[in-house]
Design a protein around this ligand. Sequence first.
Ligand SMILES: NC(=O)C1=CN([C@@H]2O[C@H](COP(=O)(O)OP(=O)(O)OC[C@H]3O[C@@H](n4cnc5c(N)ncnc54)[C@H](O)[C@@H]3O)[C@@H](O)[C@H]2O)C=CC1
Ligand SMILES: N[C@@H](CC=O)C(=O)O
Length: 380
Amino acid sequence: MSTQVLDNPVLDRIDLNNIKKKKINIAIFGHGNVGSHLVDQIISSKEEISRRRDLDLNIFAVANSKTILLQQKGLNKNWLEEKTESGESYNVEDVIFFAKTNNLQNLILVDNTADAGFVQNYSAFVENGFHLVSSNKIANTLDLNFYKELRKKLTSKKRHYLYETNVGAGLPLIDTIKLLHLSGENITRIRGVFSGSLSYIFNTFSEEDRTFSSVLKSAIDKGFTEPDPREDLCGNDVGRKLLILARELDLHNEFEDISIQNLIPKDLRSVSKKEFLARLKELDVPFQIKKKNQTKDTVFRYVADLNGDLSKETGALLDVNLVSVPKNSMLGALKGSDSIFEIYTESYGNNPIVIQGAGAGAAVTARGVFGDILRISDKD
Ligand SMILES: NC(=O)C1=CN([C@@H]2O[C@H](COP(=O)(O)OP(=O)(O)OC[C@H]3O[C@@H](n4cnc5c(N)ncnc54)[C@H](O)[C@@H]3O)[C@@H](O)[C@H]2O)C=CC1
Ligand SMILES: N[C@@H](CC=O)C(=O)O
């Protein structure tokens, strides 16, 4: 598109191509595995999106737990060097103040942390005009009171909250379930392998002659696990995903309602993360014994199951267990870090809708977060 210049002397230097572009101002918290991919993806797709969708994506803040880089005109591809050089310590009120004093509109807060403390700021951000996008699952798995109050606040402020990556990383799962439920389709059961890291770990451990700790270490290095990998191994991360799906169906469950098989030996559960990582080899013998005792032609799968009477607010049963399944079954045939979700509904009968694909990984997750940002940008 070429730049058009107007005759009017006041407007004669205004680029008409930019007038109609909607500027979206984004603040990103957490730039670890997922967050840093997200910033890079936005910066490298910015021009193309500006051309195709008339959106000007402007990342005006990026922060980790220690420092922030604030730039009204937006980050460029050297953001990490700039932040390392001139990032400053901060609190979240500074970001809200910065957005206000610079009169930034169309604000989106992106939470790419795994921090329980950070989600307590959501309400203040919404109060000050921010939409929310989150890969962090915590806000959706605190008590139902917090869950409902946040939604009340969002409705009263006409703000949106999208979190597609909370379950199944970049897979289109939450949206699918939401639409089925909203359209009146009765979902009767959701079952599957919800964890990309545990899928990778058990696929690899079942197939290859490697110790459990070396496979776990690879999963950590590939960015599949939570910042503390015990969140995956103890089942909390899968439990959270199960609860998030249950709540999408308007079920009134709390985290404590989930029956979870914890895979961590008792004496490694409450040590520090540093000590746990130093003692990974202690997982080798217990898992080697499990492998040795396994029936022929079966593989381990860490399976989550939402079942029971899903037509009643309190009728659901939620459980997460390590099971042996035949290699040639749908769950048994999973590869790599794939997750699989079987969604059973009244109309689809015994043949579930199946959603399968990469269930973890920084690039796919960042792409999913990016999708949520674009969905919100298109609204209003
Ligand atoms: N890695 C994956 O495949 C997937 C991850 N997720 C979620 O994405 C989120 C991020 O995961 P990763 O990037 O792998 O973690 P990470 O540990 O690599 O990065 C976390 C980042 O959050 C920052 N942080 C922590 N507390 C903070 C606070 N209070 N304020 C500002 N920044 C803070 C850390 O400094 C770090 O930059 C997690 O909630 C995880 O559950 C979701 C789907 C898939
Ligand atoms: N640690 C999680 C990442 C995505 O939520 C997993 O392994 O699935």
